[in-house]
Structure formats: structure tokens, C-alpha cells
Design a protein around this ligand. Structure first.
Ligand code: GLC
Length: 431
């Protein structure tokens, strides 16, 4: 299995970076890239560092790190491609590589820390990480400067694709509120449903709204400040902010190694940590939830993003216990961990994208989180469940979560030979 995983990563390597999977996602995706670098760092450190350096070659002058880098401009099989994003509307966006205009979870702070901890004796790794460090800080500064107009230390997103959990039901209500002026919606042709099964992908209504929000971002040069006033979709996502907090911690720990001043990061971290629970904890649901900043309300659904607070060490002992109990009960009710959405909700769909299936990289963060709070048996289940799914169904993008359904299946869902699936498996089997 380990050899197979490495072979998949090799197959998806494009001389400098790794694509998530051929056909469906033929470019470099931001958080995928971080998870792939974690995996490759365990057996090919050069490749791992190159992956991250390639990602930062697309960083904007304002610090933004785009969710897709279109290293190839001749690959025409993807929508929305670089010409549709037209990130050049922002004068600080590099001309090469071209990029999208939105971001994704801020994984690089913790990724660099993980890699550093394993290789700190290697002077080449030391120097490479020392050089990447200020770029990660610059990215975090972007989030705090452009995406936190309320100075709460909890930044907003204005597009569901930024969250990494693209069509989770948690976005439904906020998206449905958007009134689209169809005369102003550009015409477009989806590619995803030509490649993957439409029943596993977002609906047309959802997709129109994705394009609408893209256009909105573009009309403000993708820079954030006016977007906060104008966007009908304005969310403080609990998972994105948990990951940022975990990455801040990584930067604070690394800073002392390199002799960097970490005062600025510590100030961000203090505000973020103070407000995280206040804003995101729901006593009624016993978990962390995201916040719709447009209507000033919590988004009251149980979902996988809430568990990531454990990975960021930002939950109290009682909060962690409540989440661990929830996972334990999901497990006992016949599901592989961790289903991406509340199995009791009518919106749960164990097949469709972020509406119920298991996602490999999530298991990596959640198992670490459970370990942080002493739930090591559960952490082990989270790892073993993914190994079981991959060995039965293959290295797919995501997986059926219902155990009795898995018995009748021969493959996973979405793209095959998937990089983050392979790299998470490398991690679980070697680390
Ligand atoms: C999908 C996922 C997103 C991921 C991308 C590439 O859009 O929702 O999280 O980064 O695919 O794998």
C-alpha cells in the first residue's frame, strides 16, 4: 500500500508540484499541496520543499495565497480556468504563474513545523524553511489585514471554495439567500460533470452562485475590503480559523529556532484564541460551528469542520469531550470516521461531495486533534478507518461513510489516484 501511495504521488508530480488528480484537477491546489508536502517529507524531502516553494511562487504582493496556481496555460480542460478568474485585475497578482482570486485553508504554518521537527538536523531544510517562513507570515498578515474588518482575529471568507469544504450543507442557507441577476451572470460550461458523476457533484443552482461570488470578488480586484461590505456570502469559518490558529502556533514555535521576532504573530494569536470559542461554540449542538457574518448568526449544523478545533488546541477539555463522544457515537452507529456532515440531518448525503463522505486529509488533522486531548483509541480508529477504506476501495478523492453501503462498493468517490489520499496514507503508515 505504501509503495502504491508513493507511486500515485509520483504519477501526479508535474516537475515542481503535485496535481491532486489528473483530469479533474490538473493544477496545483493550495491546501492539497500542503498535505502532499507532509507526506513526501517522510521519504523525499527535496520534493516536499519544492512543492511548497512552488506554491509560494504564486503569492500575491498583498500576501494572498491563491487556491489554485495554473502553472500551465495550455491545459484547457478545467473550469474556471485562469482566463475566467482573470486575477490580473489585481495589480499585485503575479503574471506567472496565473492564479485564482480566492484562497484556501492556511495550512503552511503547521506543515513547515511538522517538516522542520523531522529534519531539523539537515542544514538545507533549515535554510529552506527559514526562507519560507516570512512568506507564511505575510500570508497570515493578509488574512488579518484584509479579511478581519472587525478585528476579532477571526477572518472571513466570501466564497465556499475558500473553505475547502466546497458544497457542505452549512453553506446552503447563506448561498440560497443570494439573489442572482441572471442577466449579469456570465455564461459558462462546467467541466466537472463531464468528468465525474453529476450525482456526486454540486447542483446547477449551487454552481451559478459560485460563479456569481467569483464575479463579485473580481469586481473588487479580489482584495477583500469592499468585499466585506458587499458580499451576500460572508462567513467566519470555524475550520479555516482553527487551521490558522494551529499554523500561528507553528510559526511561533519555529520563530525561536530562526531567531525571528514573533511578537506580531503572538498578538494575532491572542485575539484569535480569545474569540474562537465565544463565536463558534454552540452549547446546544455541543460542537463548534461557523458564523454567518452577513446576518450575525451561527450556522447551526454539526459538521466535520468543528472537530478541527481539537487540532488547533483551541477547545476546552469539556468541549473536546463533547466532540469525542459525538465521534464515538457516530462510530457505534455504523459509520466510518469521520463523516463530513451530521448523519442525523435530512441534508446528510453519504455520497455527495462534502455532504457526508469521509475525506482523507480531514482524518489526518482530526486524528492529531484527538491525540492532543488524550483520545488515542479514537484517534487510532480515525486512522484505521481511512486505511480500511483505501485498501478496499482504492486511492480515491473521498469515500462512502456508511459501513453497510461500503460492503457493496468497489471504488471510492470523485477523482481516482488522488494525491492527498496517497500522502495521508504515507503518513499513517510511516509516522
Ligand atoms: C475540491 C475540494 C477542495 C480541494 C480540491 C482539489 O474542490 O472541495 O477542498 O482542494 O477539490 O482537491
Amino acid at each position: 500500500m505504501l509503495e502504491q501511495a508513493k507511486a500515485i504521488i509520483e504519477q501526479n508530480w508535474r516537475g515542481g508540484f503535485t496535481i491532486p488528480t489528473s483530469r479533474l484537477y490538473p493544477f496545483q491546489w493550495m491546501w492539497d499541496s500542503g498535505f502532499v508536502a507532509l507526506g513526501t517529507s517522510l521519504y523525499d524531502i527535496e520534493k516536499s520543499l519544492t512543492e511548497i516553494q512552488s506554491m509560494f511562487s504564486g503569492q500575491w504582493e498583498n500576501g494572498m495565497l491563491p487556491h489554485i496556481l495554473f502553472h500551465s496555460e495550455t491545459e484547457k480542460t478545467y473550469f474556471p480556468n485562469f482566463d475566467f478568474w482573470n486575477s490580473q485585475v489585481n495589480s499585485g497578482a503575479p503574471n506567472k504563474p496565473k492564479s485564482s482570486g480566492i484562497t484556501q485553508p492556511a495550512v503552511f504554518g503547521f506543515v513547515l513545523e511538522e517538516i522542520f521537527n523531522k529534519h531539523h538536523d539537515d542544514p538545507k531544510v533549515f535554510e529552506a524553511i527559514k526562507a519560507l517562513y516570512p512568506k507564511v507570515v505575510k500570508y497570515h498578515r493578509f488574512l488579518y489585514n484584509y479579511r478581519d474588518p472587525w478585528n476579532e482575529g477571526l477572518f472571513f471568507i466570501y466564497h465556499p471554495w475558500e473553505s475547502g469544504r466546497d458544497n457542505s450543507p452549512i453553506w446552503d442557507e447563506s448561498l440560497n439567500r443570494i439573489e442572482i441577476d441572471f442577466d449579469r451572470l456570465p455564461s459558462y460550461t462546467r467541466r466537472d460533470i463531464q468528468i465525474a458523476d453529476a450525482s456526486e457533484r454540486p447542483t446547477k443552482d449551487q454552481y451559478d452562485r459560485y460563479v456569481y461570488l467569483m464575479e463579485l470578488g473580481k469586481s473588487y480586484d479580489y482584495e477583500g475590503k469592499e468585499i466585506a461590505e458587499q458580499s451576500p456570502f460572508l462567513i467566519q469559518d470555524c475550520m479555516m480559523n482553527a487551521i490558522l490558529i494551529r499554523s500561528n502556533e507553528g510559526l511561533i514555535n519555529l520563530g525561536s529556532q530562526f531567531g525571528y521576532d514573533t511578537e506580531e504573530i503572538e498578538a494575532w494569536q491572542k485575539t484569535s484564541r480569545t474569540n474562537f470559542s465565544k463565536k463558534f461554540w454552540s452549547d446546544d449542538l455541543g460542537t463548534f460551528v461557523s458564523y454567518d457574518a452577513r446576518i450575525n448568526k451561527q450556522i447551526l449544523h454539526k459538521e466535520i469542520g468543528g472537530y478541527v478545533a481539537l487540532f488547533a488546541n483551541v477547545a476546552s477539555k469539556e468541549q473536546a469531550k463533547s466532540i469525542a463522544e459525538e465521534l464515538e457515537s457516530i462510530k457505534n452507529r455504523g459509520y466510518f470516521l469521520c463523516p463530513s456532515f451530521d448523519i442525523d440531518s435530512p441534508l446528510f448525503d453519504s455520497k455527495r461531495y462534502w455532504r457526508g463522505p469521509v475525506w482523507p486529509q480531514m482524518n489526518w488533522m482530526i486524528s492529531k486533534g484527538l491525540d492532543n486531548y488524550g483520545y488515542s483509541d479514537l484517534a487510532k480508529t480515525v486512522k484505521e478507518d481511512l486505511i480500511t477504506l483505501v485498501s478496499k476501495l482504492g486511492f480515491y478523492e473521498y469515500f462512502e461513510s456508511n459501513k453497510s453501503d461500503v460492503e457493496h462498493l468497489e471504488s471510492g468517490y470523485g477523482g481516482g489516484n488522488f494525491s492527498w489520499t496517497a500522502s495521508t496514507i504515507v503518513h499513517f503508515l510511516t509516522d
